[in-house]
Design a protein around this ligand. Structure first.
Ligand code: ASP
Length: 440
C-alpha cells in the first residue's frame, strides 16, 4: 500500500501543527509521498504566507517597501525553526529570495517560495528527502501540466527508501521558469503524484473532519459525508462547496484512486472518502437520500415573454447567442409555453444588463423582458436520488410547507442533482429545511 498525504496550509501553520503532521506521517509507513502547502493561518488574526507573498510582490511592483511584509513571513519561519530545533539556514534562503527578486520581480517565483520553504523545513523535520517541484512538475507553454514529462522526471528523481516531501502549488515551464497553479493548487500537486505513482490512496489533510452535508454556518453541526462519488463532489463544488481544488479530482479519477479528506487536528476521524462508485460501501451502510446540500447566492433571471416562444424554432438559439456575445455563461434555462428564462450570475451580467435586454427585445421581437434579481440557487446532490420516485416532490413540498417560494427548478437526466432557485432572503432557511427533512 502506498499513499500520497497532502497537508494544507493550516496543517503547517506553526510548530505545533508540524508536530501533528509528523505524528501522522510517522504513524503509517505507506505515507510515502508528502505534499505541503505554504504555512497558513495559526489563528484568525494571522496571515497565510501565500497571501503575504502576493502583497509583497504588489508592493515591489509599485516601488514600495515590502520589508514589513517580509518581516512577518520571516518571523513565522524562524519561530518554527527555533521551536523545532531545525538546522535549515534561513538567512541564506531569505537572502537568495531577496536578491533574486531584485533582479526580476517575478510573481510566480516569489509566491512559490512559501511552499518551497515550508517543504524544506518539513522534510528536515520528518527526516525525509526534499524534491523541488520546479525540477519535476513540468508545464507546457499553454499552462497545462505535461503528465508524460512530469512522470519521467518524477520516476528519475526518486531513488530513496525515505519518505519524500514535495512543495505543492508550483512547477516549471519548458524554459525552466517557475509557474504556479491556481490558488489551492497543492491539491493538484498531490493528485498528480497519486496518478503518476498509481498509489492506493490520496489523503488530503485539512482542518475539517471531511466534507460536511452543508455549510456549518447555516446548519449547526451538520453530519459529515462518509462517502461521496467524484460526480457528486463535482456537483457540490460547482455549486459552492469548497473542500478540494476542482482540478484535483481528474488526475486521481483517471487512475480510480480514492481521495480521503482528513483532519490534521483529529486524525483518527475517518473523514470523507471520495470514490468513483459508492456501490460497495452503500451495500454496507445505506446512504441518506441526499448526500449534500450547497448553493450560491446572487443570480439574476432574465425572462423573455412572447406568445408561443417555446415552440418557435430557433428562439432559444437566438437568446443564447445574445449571452454568448457578451461572454456570459448561463446557469440554466427554464421555460414555459410563452416564456424562456435565463439564469445568470448577477455580477457577470450587471455591466451589460441593459444592452442585453434591448438586444433580446430586438432579436426575438419579444412582448416583454423581465429581470428578477436576488435569486439564490440551492443544489441538492445525492446518488441515492437516482431512480427514487418522488424525491423532487418531497423537496418542493418541504419548501412549500415552510413558506418558501420556488422561483426556478432544474434537474439533469442523471438525477444526481436538483437545483432550485429561491429568493436570497430564503437561502439559509431553505437549506435548513431540506437538511432537517432528509438528514436528521
Ligand atoms: N499556498 C497556495 C494558496 O494559498 C496553494 C495551496 O495552499 O494549495 O493558494
Amino acid at each position: 500500500m502506498i499513499k500520497v498525504a497532502k497537508f494544507g496550509g493550516s496543517s503547517v501553520a506553526n510548530a505545533t501543527q508540524f508536530e501533528k503532521v509528523k505524528k501522522i506521517v510517522d504513524s503509517d509507513k505507506s505515507r510515502k509521498f508528502i505534499v505541503t502547502s505554504a504555512c497558513g493561518k495559526s489563528d484568525k488574526e494571522d496571515n497565510k504566507v501565500t497571501d503575504l507573498l502576493y502583497v509583497a510582490h504588489a508592493h515591489l511592483k509599485y516601488k514600495l517597501s515590502a520589508d514589513d511584509i517580509f518581516k512577518l513571513i520571516e518571523d513565522k519561519y524562524y519561530s518554527i525553526k527555533e521551536e523545532l530545533n531545525l538546522k535549515i539556514d534561513l538567512n541564506t534562503e531569505f537572502d537568495k529570495i531577496k536578491s533574486d527578486i531584485k533582479k526580476s520581480n517575478d510573481v510566480d517565483y516569489l509566491v512559490s517560495r512559501g511552499e518551497y520553504l515550508t517543504a524544506l523545513m518539513l522534510a528536515e523535520y520528518l527526516d525525509a528527502e526534499f524534491i523541488d517541484a520546479r525540477d519535476v512538475f513540468k508545464f507546457n507553454y499553454d499552462g497545462v501540466i505535461n503528465m508524460e514529462l512530469t512522470g519521467i522526471a518524477l520516476h528519475n528523481a526518486i531513488n530513496t527508501d525515505k519518505k519524500i516531501v514535495f512543495p505543492g502549488f508550483y512547477g516549471s515551464m519548458p524554459d525552466g521558469k517557475i509557474k504556479v497553479m491556481s490558488r489551492g493548487g497543492s491539491d493538484i500537486t498531490g493528485a498528480i503524484l497519486a496518478n503518476i505513482f498509481d498509489v492506493d490512496l490520496y489523503e488530503n489533510f485539512t482542518d475539517v473532519s471531511g466534507i460536511l452535508v452543508c455549510d456549518p454556518r447555516i446548519v449547526d453541526n451538520p453530519h459529515r459525508i462518509k462517502n461521496i462519488t467524484y460526480n457528486e463532489l463535482r456537483e457540490m463544488s460547482y455549486m459552492g462547496a469548497n473542500v478540494l481544488h476542482d482540478e484535483a479530482v481528474f488526475p486521481a479519477r483517471d487512475k480510480n484512486i480514492p481521495i480521503n479528506i482528513k483532519n490534521t487536528n483529529d486524525p483518527e476521524n475517518e473523514g470523507t472518502m471520495i470514490l468513483e462508485s459508492c456501490d460497495e460501501v452503500d451495500k454496507v451502510e445505506k446512504p441518506y437520500a441526499i448526500t449534500g446540500i450547497t448553493g450560491k447566492k446572487d443570480f439574476s433571471v432574465i425572462t423573455c415573454i412572447k406568445s408561443h416562444i417555446s415552440s418557435e424554432v430557433g428562439s432559444l438559439k437566438k437568446i443564447l447567442e445574445v449571452f454568448e456575445k457578451y461572454g456570459i455563461s448561463i446557469e440554466s434555462c427554464p421555460s414555459s409555453i410563452d416564456s424562456v428564462s435565463v439564469v445568470v450570475e448577477t455580477e457577470k451580467i450587471k455591466e451589460y444588463l441593459y444592452e442585453i435586454v434591448s438586444k433580446l427585445k430586438d432579436e426575438l421581437d419579444c412582448d416583454d423582458v423581465h429581470i428578477t434579481e436576488g435569486i439564490s440557487l440551492i443544489a441538492v446532490v445525492g446518488r441515492a436520488m437516482v431512480n427514487k420516485k418522488g424525491m423532487s416532490g418531497k423537496i418542493f413540498a418541504t419548501l412549500g410547507e415552510n413558506d418558501i417560494n420556488i422561483k426556478t427548478i432544474s434537474q439533469g437526466t442523471d438525477e444526481i442533482c436538483i437545483v432550485v432557485g429561491v429568493e436570497t432572503k430564503d437561502f439559509e432557511k431553505a437549506i435548513r429545511c431540506i437538511y432537517n427533512k432528509f438528514i436528521v
